[in-house]
Write a protein that binds this ligand. Structure first.
Ligand code: NAI
Length: 315
């Protein structure tokens, strides 16, 4: 059977562990040549090691796939350029960029240190900017030279960014920023044949166990042998492969959440209510008090996104 990504070249950042590892493996199984980027640090971003990226490259090679390791940090603009160049030098081009690298430094906002804010914004939001910026410059030059690659960017956001989560103002702000960046980048790059979409995972990785003690107990619950594991990090990989494939060429600027056997299409900010004054005149604070309280009272409650976990008996 023909492979979905035969002849494609992909980069997955943070591919040494967790979701990125699963995505890199399936991209390679579907025929893509893969740059396995990973700094190899702790869940808080401290330290570095070659092991995680090397192990995933070895796994890909063990089933006959092609891959190369890269250990640069996505936080550094110049280093990010080297990640993009690694694909071009090693495999001749770039088709797919999966921005996945991530860390957590959770803290209540009133206690948050500047370094905790900066490091999380730096890996997630700036890292996504850094890699996408160099990839898009490459694709634009290629387009000018009439070499069209139908490039795909797949960014990673989170429930924390789209719905909010206590203790994660830094992470949530970065992840919401990634969704906003994607929305605009999709419009800018669409004219060059490049699509840019966002995925929202939920899976058992060290970010939802070791880094988040409050979630550890239910995240570590596994189903009886033979039953589908809703939280297996490899569940996310088929969505990434699909969005990276030519079949998804008209899907651009969208946000997809996937948990286990469910996939959502999410929408961004939208009007819930709108009220106008009868006369063309400026509002007074007293009038706004009445109107705003009424609008908020009538607004539907925020959607409960935890249903799949309860259905799966996780809490
Ligand atoms: P993970 O900790 O298992 O994997 C993240 C990988 O990124 C690690 O191998 C780490 O070494 C690498 N990394 C960190 N900083 C880096 C840097 N500066 N440069 C290159 N690589 C770096 O965590 P997980 O859960 O697989 O996270 C992957 C992505 O999914 C992250 O963006 C995370 O925010 C996102 N996510 C995960 C969810 C989950 O349920 N696990 C939920 C929502 C979003």
């Amino acid at each position: 059977m023909a492979k979905l990504l035969e002849g494609k070249v992909a980069i997955v950042t943070g591919a040494g562990r967790g979701l990125g590892r699963g995505e890199a493996l399936l991209l390679a199984k579907e025929g893509a040549k893969v740059v396995v980027n990973d700094l190899g640090g702790g869940f808080d971003g401290a330290g570095a090691a070659a092991g995680p990226a090397d192990e995933v490259v070895a796994e890909i090679k063990s089933f006959g796939g092609e891959a190369v390791a890269n250990y640069e940090s996505v936080t550094d603009f110049k280093a990010a350029k080297k990640i993009i160049e690694c694909a071009i030098e090693k495999f001749g081009k770039l088709n797919i960029l999966v921005n996945n690298a991530g860390i957590l430094r959770d803290r209540m906002f009133f206690n948050m240190e500047e370094e905790e804010w900066d490091s999380v914004l730096s890996v997630h939001l700036k890292g996504t900017f850094n890699c996408s910026r160099h990839a898009c410059a490459y694709w634009r030059e290629e387009h000018k030279a009439e070499r069209v690659h139908e490039g795909k960017i797949i960014n990673t956001t989170s429930d924390a960014g789209l719905l909010g989560n206590v203790g994660q103002t830094n992470y949530g702000a970065a992840k919401a920023g990634i969704a906003a960046l994607t929305n605009i980048l999709a419009r800018e790059m669409g004219r060059y044949g490049i699509s840019c979409n966002v995925i929202v995972p939920v899976a058992r990785t060290r970010l939802t166990t070791d880094a988040t003690p409050s979630m550890k107990a239910f995240m570590e619950k596994t189903p009886p042998p033979g039953e589908f594991d809703m939280l297996d990090p490899e569940n996310m990989a088929p969505l990434v492969v699909y969005l990276a494939s030519d079949n998804a060429k008209d899907i651009n600027g969208q946000v997809f959440r996937l948990v286990g056997n469910k996939v959502w299409l999410l929408g961004g900010w939208h009007t819930i209510d709108m009220q106008g004054k009868e006369e063309k005149a400026r509002w007074t604070p007293e009038e706004l008090d009445k109107v705003i309280k009424e609008m908020v009272r009538k607004a539907p409650p925020q959607e409960d996104m935890t249903a799949p976990f309860r259905e799966a008996g996780l809490f």
